[in-house]
Design a protein around this ligand. Sequence first.
Ligand code: NAD
Ligand code: UDP
Length: 332
Amino acid sequence: MILVTGGTGYIGSHTCIELSRAGFEVVVLDSLANSSSDVVGRLEQLTGKPTVFYEGDVRDEALLAKIFAEREVTGVIHFAGLKSLSDSLRDPLAYYSSNVAGTVAVLKAMQVAGCRTFIFSSSATVYGAFQAMPVNEDSVCAPITAYGRTKFHVEQMLSDLQASDPAWGIVSLRYFNPVGAHESGLIGERPLGTPANLVPYLAQVAAGERSALKIYGRDYETRDGTGVRDYVHVVDLAKGHVAALQHLARSRGHLVVNLGTGRGTSVLEMVNAFERASNKKIACEFTDRRSGDVDVCVADVSRARDLLGWSAEHDVDRMCIDAWRWQSMIDA
Ligand code: NAD
Ligand code: UDP
């Protein structure tokens, strides 16, 4: 059985579906700090199986001990944590507590239970600025936010842990820009308040809930002056976790892997793709650069292909079509 922390969240819920499709049994632990219990029922609908769900915090050591005592957990995929770059600068202790102390609690419970297979949700934000693109996993990391540093600290902790006990098999997955939703329209990303990310914002402009997209900067060193990112469909990303788990069935160590498409898309290209998907005109206004943004961030995806046998399949049109279907379902 695979323990999925943060399994009712955006990426976790899609991963539960792909794990189930691949024949894994799943147990979910989530505090519902940033997700809804409705997702549990949606997962049951989509997988056709009951979802084993524990509501609680990953820092609750007694709860972790209970889960490991009650379930035969053979591996953990650890999504639970906080993810806003800007909030992490306002309240770093909340981020270190949830993301670093939370991971320590999960690893300690695993150690006691004798479970040594762990997949960690890391992020391309660990690279920071000034990297040659596409960026590969051996580049020197220099995260520029507290959030990015929590991810990098955990990666380093995982290397130390694996070095102390070679029985551990660990994969840290550095996600690029996860977007889109499940094709059923039943699960997707549900941002609270004003979306900070491009695609949920575009979806709300297309739905008429916001008047215009503010494009942060038009003077970047890119083909049209707007920022370029490596958007990856959340279902492809979910499949990357299954591939990582299958890798850990045949090898130990701590492997760090980028999950992206290797292709960059500018903000304006994304606006065009969303207009095609929604058949709506999206009003845009240019504003100043957002602090901390880089010109280009695109993954070198050769390691994922060579070592995990994984490559993303969906293009940005498909990402926008699925994001728009999800937006239309939540508004219905
Ligand atoms: P999300 O907020 O939708 O999911 C995280 C889930 O964890 C939520 O359901 C939340 O309720 C739960 N959670 C938070 N703190 C918890 C705690 N202390 N104990 C138990 N549950 C807790 O976020 P997501 O987009 O699905 O991201 C999943 C992981 O991937 C996070 O670790 C995030 O940092 C990482 N990541 C996300 C992105 C992205 O753009 N979405 C990019 C790179 C990395
Ligand atoms: N972006 C934008 N307007 C928005 C949100 C994002 O112009 O309302 C741009 C942002 O500057 C970046 C790209 O869209 O170039 C992707 O931003 P997002 O926040 O989705 O992801 P990240 O910054 O984590 O790469």
